[in-house]
Design a protein around this ligand. Structure first.
Ligand code: MF3
Ligand code: CO
Ligand code: CO
Length: 289
């Protein structure tokens, strides 16, 4: 399991010795899963209260930036304008936009319009009436990463586009609501996929949520689709994203020649919402709120 000595400080950050803190409950809650071969989180994925506080501060900055975007994103502005604003607001807050130069990504945020599923690169195209767009930002503050995204409806959008966005948000919250400590992470995807099926939507499979906080993309992999594979057990102090990408048509996607932009194969609309959450003793707390 955690390979912690009984006399070492407990992983939870209480400062107490492991044997008088979480050792007993770990044995009870984790051993049954460990025996069945479920992957256990590495100790480094469990944040101390101080580290969680760091991610919380970062998340507050991300929310403030996103709230500014709420006032700005609309008809006639370009996705480059959005990028410029994210870059400026992040710098003013003393932060760094994690996407910039990440594995060669050229901009400070992702802007994914209509049939773009995610990782859209900001450019000079103006947003027009009827578009839907996801803006995804990740902010680094004092070394701590917070990752979030929202959808925006430009002018008057079709009823089906608005519903796709609203229902994708519903699926993100349902995926967060189901989180409990000592639960396999795949339960998140099982919950989301059930709702998507009800609406007849496709759940994107080639991209996933992820551990976050001390770095941009960490374990565990948070799939949004149904899976019976043995997945990592969640424990209090783990920080991760829930970020379903939901297509009006099938789940299938293609990646454009720029090697970033992910689009729906059938050209249908796609929506995404993302929060960063921390697993607690009785559920999950949303940090990017
Ligand atoms: N923010 C995205 C996520 O939710 C990752 C974007 S990677 C980038 O994981 F390089 F495209 F920015
Ligand atoms: Co993410
Ligand atoms: Co993101």
């Amino acid at each position: 399991m955690f390979k912690i000595g009984r006399n070492d400080r407990c992983w939870c950050g209480s400062g107490k010795k492991y044997k008088v803190c979480h050792e007993k409950s770990d044995e009870k809650n984790l051993e049954p899963f460990a025996e069945q071969g479920y992957p256990m989180p590495d100790r480094s994925l469990i944040l101390t209260p101080e580290q969680i506080e760091g991610v919380r501060k970062s998340a507050k900055v991300s929310v403030a930036i996103m709230d500014e975007l709420d006032k700005t994103v609309g008809e006639g502005i370009t996705t480059n304008d959005i990028d410029t604003l994210v870059s400026k607001l992040t710098a003013e807050a003393g932060g760094i936009p994690a996407p910039l130069n990440y594995e060669g990504f050229p901009k400070s945020c992702c802007t994914s319009v209509n049939n773009v599923v995610c990782h859209g690169i900001p450019n000079d195209t103006k947003l027009k009436n009827g578009d839907i767009i996801n803006v995804d930002i990740t902010t680094i503050i004092d070394g701590y990463y917070s990752d979030m995204s929202r959808m925006y409806m430009i002018g008057e959008v079709s009823e089906e586009a608005r519903l796709l966005s609203e229902r994708t948000k519903e699926m993100m919250y349902a995926g967060i609501d189901v989180i409990r400590p000592y639960m396999p992470v795949a339960e998140i995807g099982n919950t989301i996929h059930d709702i998507a099926d009800k609406y007849g939507y496709g759940v994107v499979r080639i991209l996933c949520g992820h551990g976050v906080g001390l770095d941009f993309h960490l374990d565990p992999i948070v799939n949004h689709y149904r899976s019976s594979k043995k997945s990592m057990i969640l424990v209090p102090g783990m920080v991760l994203t829930v970020e379903p990408m939901i297509n009006m048509g099938t789940h299938e996607c293609d990646i454009l020649a720029d090697e970033w932009t992910v689009v729906t194969r059938d050209g249908s609309l796609s929506a995404q919402w993302e929060h960063t959450v921390v697993v607690t003793e009785n559920g999950a707390e949303i940090l990017t709120i």
